[in-house]
Design a protein around this ligand. Sequence first.
Ligand code: F0G
Length: 425
Amino acid sequence: MTDRPTQHCIYCGRHLPDDSPAGQCPGCHGLLEIVHPSPTLRGGALARTFARSDAAGVAADKSSGVWRFRSIVHPSAQRVISWPEGNTPLLQRDRLCKYSGCDGLILKHEGMNPTGSFKDRGMTVAVTQAVRLQATAVGCASTGNTSASLAAYAALAGIPALVFVPEGQVALGKLTQTLAYGARTLVVRGDFDACLTLAREASDRLGVYLLNSINPWRLEGQKTIVLEALLQLGWDAPDWIALPAGNLGNTAAFGKAIKEAHEWGLIPRMPRLLLVQAEGASPFYRGFQSGFSERVKVKAETRATAIKIGDPASWDRGVAAIRLTRGVVTAVSDDEIMEAKAEIDAAGVGCEPASAASVAGVRQLVRTGEIRPSERVLAVLTGHVLKDPGILLWYHEELKPHPERANRPVEISPDIREVERFLRR
Ligand code: F0G
């Protein structure tokens, strides 16, 4: 083996060098995966290299929670484009343990990344690769978080960015970030799946370097959500890791992180993945129910716009991650998502709707007995509460009948008696 990673096609096994600009296998158009040379250090010795303050190397920002893992993420990176990102907290909240029924519930808040979602972890690595390849433009299709992140990192690198977003289906915080950071923004009269088809065509025909999660470098960065959580837990792996699933990029990244961490002796046993989809956008859940005998596509419908995806691009990588970890895929209703979100918000933590699916899914599996209350579950909150202010106003003010957890603002005249009357109610 060389000391540089290679890119492998997951279907035909073809190898490409790590500086190939191909977005997919040039032979069979399959998805590519980064294969790292086996590290010379293993187990505790390898883990200790991540704790070293100079682990990020000369060029990288030492405070990045992604580049700390440089040797198993992107060892041949040169000019690193880092915000910096990562180093997100683990949280434990009694209210949410009680709500989910799981005493050992731990949250990893990826909304605490620079643009407010986990996408920054993938984007720092993929934009670093784009700079290495001297890409003239970068692009993506997005339900909003990827585009916000891509726009910020492209601005940091000084590369023009082109994004495709579905009309009327992107939360306000995400669209405004994308515009603010300066990406050329095409609002497509269609859904996310149509945007992704268009983005792939733009990549083929116009030479735009595609930074959707089909790009294998994105997944290398997103692996660090799991690696960082394991490091924070002293390499004592939880029983389960729960996450919302849309295009399945994160699922693929988590599966790869768990596989490598196990192979390289960082953890003695693998946590199980729990993927949670919104009922109206649950092709992967349906596939899981039939043992993945066929690839399912649906017309997606959910208020959790981040995961409103009917034809997940990383389907096969997702199947591999579920099989490897003896994972479970489930689906929850929009009402369950909004209720879990209201609980997470009222706990003072806050997250966007799609993120709350992970906690709603844990609650469901505790109720069905698949997760025991004493098990340790790491639930990933993927995005910040301010990503989707529109849905908060809808839930707390407009939705009728008012949900039990609605916190309705009350309008008054500037008169202290009205304040007293309000407090007496
Ligand atoms: N949670 C949030 C907040 C997301 O933005 C996404 C995906 C997911 C979960 C699902 O992750 O697609 O890897 O399965 N957002 C993408 C975007 C599609 O364009 O921002 P996935």
